[in-house]
Design a protein around this ligand. Structure first.
Ligand code: P6P
Length: 334
């Protein structure tokens, strides 16, 4: 692409403007190296014998795919000796990851879901990596779980890489959300969607409708009105999507608008919801808000929640601002 701006050049510009520091540039570059490796491994699929189950469970009690473990190892090894982080937290790790004793410590902490949507790997549907970057507390050599428990509003940066037909990165450093496409010929992410803006209105919603009988009344009302279409109170027909891969849903919403709901439901009330706040809801919320969208539990802004645990779960309603606000109003009415 003529006049293409690479991620390297974008980060160099942000560094020159004083928006970020050299350590954050290094941390993001190393994380992207890991994501390029994961992208390659996924593209090889069965040829590399990486499909299928690992025969183990993660801290969530979920059966692990081989690629869950491989991608977790790739993310850790790309960052555990760089000197940019003091520690890491992963969906696949029960507690905070402690760096090797001889590794230099840095000023940031990296949190990630190394392979979100991994139940889709064996059926060749898009999956992704989600990451969030926090400031490491002053003078903490080996951060423990409690050091990570910062509200989403304290995030320094957040990103998601979608492994689909293209490998796409959406990144926010706190001044807009920007889309990059991996050019495999040169191994660089190229800026292809600068300053993403999510349309404030939408006629497309994403929800796992098989949980309908477990939803709370405001969500029942919202979805029912969408399904009534032009003859109903919304006066318009709606479309529905469900990919069962949050990164794919969020990328679609960033591109054409929409609303994604993984709401509280009765069978998950004890757990607090399905999606994890630290490495799914908060980073995605940061990206979506920076693109002009909204991210709520239905009752409160997700990024303002004080996390109580590394794997804390929350209901998630995110996307087109006016649609999210409508759903919030239904929760208030109830
Ligand atoms: P369900 C993937 O496991 C995930 O965490 C999200 O990426 C996705 O939106 C959701 O769970 C899918 O859940 O109930 O459809 O399997």
């Amino acid at each position: 692409m003529a006049n293409a701006i690479s991620l390297k050049q974008y980060l160099a510009d942000e560094l020159r403007k004083g928006n970020i520091d050299a350590d954050l540039v290094g941390l993001l570059s190393d994380t992207m190296t890991a994501c390029k490796q994961i992208s390659y491994d996924l593209s090889q699929g069965a040829l590399m014998g990486i499909l299928g189950m690992a025969g183990s469970e993660n801290v969530q009690g979920e059966d692990q795919k081989k690629m869950d473990i491989i991608s977790n190892d790739v993310m850790i090894e790309a960052n555990n000796r760089s000197g940019y982080v003091s520690g890491m937290a992963s969906e696949e790790e029960e507690t905070a990851y402690t760096l090797p004793s001889d590794a230099p410590r840095g000023k940031y902490m990296l949190l990630f879901d190394p392979l979100d949507g991994s139940s889709n790997i064996d059926v060749n549907i898009s999956v992704g990596t989600i990451f969030s970057i926090l400031n490491s507390p002053e003078g903490v050599e080996n951060p423990t779980d409690k050091d990570f428990l910062q509200p989403g509003t304290t995030q320094v940066a957040a990103g998601a890489v979608v492994y689909g037909q293209s490998t796409l990165l959406v990144l926010t450093l706190g001044n807009g959300s920007h889309g990059f496409t991996l050019d495999r010929n040169i191994g660089e992410f190229i800026l292809t969607q600068p300053d993403i803006q999510i349309p404030a209105d939408t006629r497309e919603f994403a929800i796992n409708a098989s949980n309908q009988r477990f939803w709370e009344a405001p969500v029942q009302r919202y979805v029912d009105e969408c399904l009534q279409g032009a003859e109903g109170p919304r006066g318009e027909n709606f479309n529905m999507r469900w990919v069962a891969s949050m990164v794919a849903e969020v990328y679609r919403i960033l591109t054409r608008g929409g609303v994604f709901l993984y709401p509280m439901d009765e069978k998950m009330r004890a757990q607090g919801g399905k999606l994890r706040i630290m490495y799914e809801a908060n980073p995605m919320g940061f990206i979506v808000e920076q693109a002009g969208g909204a991210c709520s539990t239905g009752r409160e802004r997700i990024m303002e929640i004080q996390p109580t645990g590394l794997h804390m779960r929350v209901p998630v309603i995110l996307g087109s601002k006016n649609e999210v606000e409508r759903i919030i109003s239904y929760h208030k009415d109830a």
